[in-house]
Design a protein around this ligand. Structure first.
Ligand code: 5GP
Length: 214
């Protein structure tokens, strides 16, 4: 099966990072594209695991060297998808999970056609606020910025191939997994299987010949 890029976007706090992590833990046919960012780490986040935490200078250097497939500014910080990350995961034969914002999703869709995109919605504004409030390290001004940004992000939901409402994490992960399964079975992604059909036909002919006593 030909691996593809699986983009997950959502308003901040809708749970896409948790869904992405759960998907990665549950399946061995997906890998994660670790983005670079100038945002400081939140408590518990690790460099080289959650993000590559870089300075603005480092980020600009990478950008100018063409190391990013896309990059965007979000809530005052820079975020970028490294080409090397996408290539690393694809080379291992796995689908690439990208947890990126709507601008990044748009840019990647324009540049590549091996993309499946999912927009994740929170079940309600109350739930979104509760999840954002429970997250350590987000000052109130940042929280407000993220909510205002969410208004614009929801506007872009219609650009995505699929929309999922994350009311229950287990259910949401199952829905993403179902999309992954179905997308992987698209004829265009099964070149190996198509290439083997000639042999299958020859075996069918042999079986029919045996029955007819040829
Ligand atoms: P956070 O600061 O909450 O980790 O991420 C803020 C937003 O930036 C989220 O919507 C997240 O999906 C997005 N993001 C993370 N990495 C990238 C990236 O490499 N490119 C883009 N365009 N957005 C990203």
């Amino acid at each position: 099966m030909t691996p593809f890029l699986l983009i997950l976007s959502s308003p901040s706090g809708a749970g896409k990072t948790t869904i992405a992590r759960a998907l990665l833990a549950a399946r061995d046919d997906v890998g994660y594209s670790i983005s670079a960012t100038t945002r400081p780490p939140r408590p518990g986040e690790k460099d080289g695991v959650d993000y590559y935490f870089v300075t603005e200078d480092e980020f600009r250097r990478k950008r100018d060297a063409g190391e990013f497939l896309e990059w965007a500014e979000y809530s005052g910080y820079l975020y970028g998808t490294l080409r090397s990350e996408v290539d690393r995961v694809l080379a291992s034969g796995k689908h690439v999970v990208l947890d990126i914002d709507v601008q990044g999703a748009r840019a990647i869709r324009e540049r590549r056609d091996d993309v499946v995109s999912i927009f994740i919605l929170p079940p309600s504004v109350e739930e979104l606020l509760a999840r954002l409030g429970g997250r350590g390290g987000n000052p109130p001004a940042d929280l407000e910025r993220r909510l205002r940004r969410a208004v614009e992000e929801v506007e872009c939901a219609a650009e995505y191939d699929y929309i999922i409402v994350n009311a229950d994490r287990t259910q949401a992960v199952a829905e993403v997994a179902a999309i992954l399964e179905a997308e992987g079975r698209k004829t265009s992604r099964q070149a190996d299987l198509l290439a083997g059909l000639g042999r299958f036909q020859r075996e069918l002919i042999q079986a029919a010949d045996r029955l007819s006593g040829k």
